[in-house]
Design a protein around this ligand. Structure first.
Ligand code: ZN
Length: 456
């Protein structure tokens, strides 16, 4: 099977170039201008942007919170991801207490069967002891080389000593660990304070966990990482103050990776006054325009490594399980399909980042950080032909009605976006054509090597 992508503008972190791509048997065989060869399919990408397939570093599909299960499973979630130009999602396999990492990994492999884009797993761990530590090498041998720990959530949280020990252990195996940074004791105390004065509505959600709740935890994680001599990855960074703490650690010479999410760049905490405010209940909460501005500036200066969606979707009826109380509402929002359009519209077209930086944060850095480079994440001869073609023309509005998410709401409802993903190739197969998903269920598990640790 040979495919040629003609007349496109290739976007890579190092530069922009007009060239054609010849794809053979799932791999990029040649990159050159004016390729004239026989092919089974020729895709005209004239006027369009050709990227290495986007990698979403942060999704939660088919996640059971106990009270309810996310609206999207891997079938619907990866359809939406593919339509949004994402060729690989890194989802969080979750080791609940009493379970082994192997149990969690086996379960996630099952959940992910039938996915429409490729998938890899980070392993989220909820306990740290000798038994769990002994499992890490086994995970690495199965292509799982990144881990996540939570400072919050009763069912998941680790204490500082456990985080320290885990970071140290992972670093020795060249694995990278992400941490959800919020101060658990303080946010709980603030929830009690707010509840005691009758503030239970979504408006109280950002008040319960203001910027300092994240910044204190980022600062603490930075010091834990320093003591453990380990790389740290701050997942879903949302505040200017948290960013400042990470900058301080980098200035001390620490190896710090930063992930932010589209919602922290384009939505703010005034939305908690909306009639459907429950859909914005996520942690960390939406912030203020100063935070959006600081994060966009950090993207422009190369300080942010990757952009994940933290897609964790719930129907409005599931959000209502909280009875209107912010502290009981399932946390999370939908967004796996909208990442490229939001970043292109609100970061590239507004002049905050370049197209090359978009390519870096949407695919190349993720591939490097998470052990997929140079096989994925870059348009290069010999690489896997996971390719996303973005048509920058036209304008549309995001709506849950047109998203493929199995979700009756979108935090981005009604938001204007410029252009959209026209075509996606997954391992050389044309799966999205003119904005329509034409082939489903072709996603494969991505076996990852140890982290590239490019900030070491
Ligand atoms: Zn998450």
């Amino acid at each position: 099977m040979r495919t040629i992508i003609q007349n496109g503008t290739l976007v890579r972190s190092q530069g922009i170039e007009q060239a054609d791509l010849l794809i053979e048997n799932g791999f990029i065989k040649r990159i050159a201008s004016g390729i004239q060869e026989q092919a089974d399919e020729v895709i005209d990408a004239g006027g369009k942007l050709v990227f290495a397939g986007f990698i979403d570093t942060h999704t939660h599909f088919d996640l059971d919170l106990g009270v309810t299960v996310t609206a999207d499973n891997f079938i619907t979630g990866t359809r939406a991801a593919a339509l949004g130009g994402t060729t690989t999602v890194l989802d969080f396999a979750t080791q609940d207490r009493g379970m082994t990492m192997q149990d969690a990994l086996d379960l996630w492999h099952k959940k992910a069967e039938g996915s429409s884009c490729n998938y890899g797993f980070h392993m989220a761990i909820s306990e740290w002891d000798g038994e769990r530590a002994a499992e890490v090498e086994n995970m690495v041998a199965q292509g799982v080389t990144s881990f996540k720990m939570y400072m919050v959530y009763d069912a998941m949280r680790l204490n500082d000593g456990e985080i320290y020990a885990a970071l140290k252990h992972m670093a020795a195996l060249n694995c990278i660990s992400g941490v959800h940074c919020e101060n658990y004791d303080i946010l709980n105390e603030r929830i009690h304070e707010l509840n005691s004065i009758g503030m239970r509505s979504p408006l109280a959600h950002p008040i319960s966990r203001p910027n300092a709740v994240e910044a204190e935890a980022v600062s603490r994680l930075m010091r834990i990482g320093q003591l453990a001599k380990a790389p740290v990855w701050v997942v879903h960074l949302s505040t200017h103050e948290g960013l400042e703490e990470a900058r301080r650690a980098r200035a001390r010479g620490q190896e710090v990776y930063l992930e932010t999410c589209p919602q922290y760049l384009v939505l703010d905490d005034t939305r908690y006054g909306d009639p459907d405010a429950e859909k914005f209940i996520m942690s960390p909460p939406l912030r203020k325009s100063e935070d959006q501005d600081a994060l966009l500036s950090a993207m422009g200066s190369g300080e942010i490594d990757v952009i994940g969606t933290d897609h964790c979707s719930f129907m409005m009826s599931q959000k209502a399980l909280g009875g209107g109380e912010f502290s009981k509402t399932p946390n999370g929002g939908a967004g796996v399909q909208n990442r490229a359009q939001i970043i292109y519209t609100y970061a590239v077209r507004t002049g905050r980042i370049t197209l090359q930086q978009m390519a870096a944060m949407m695919s190349e850095n993720a591939a490097r950080m998470f052990g997929m480079y140079p096989h994925r994440g870059v348009l290069r001869e010999g690489a896997e032909a996971d390719i996303t073609i973005y048509d920058p023309t036209g304008e549309s509005k995001i709506s849950y009605r047109t998203n493929a998410h199995a979700c009756d709401n979108s935090p981005y409802e009604g938001m204007k976006v410029l252009g959209g993903v026209s075509d996606v190739l997954l391992g050389g197969q044309h799966i999205v054509k003119n904005g329509k998903l034409i082939t489903e269920g072709k996603g494969r598990f991505v076996f990852r090597k140890s982290s590239g640790r490019y900030r070491a």
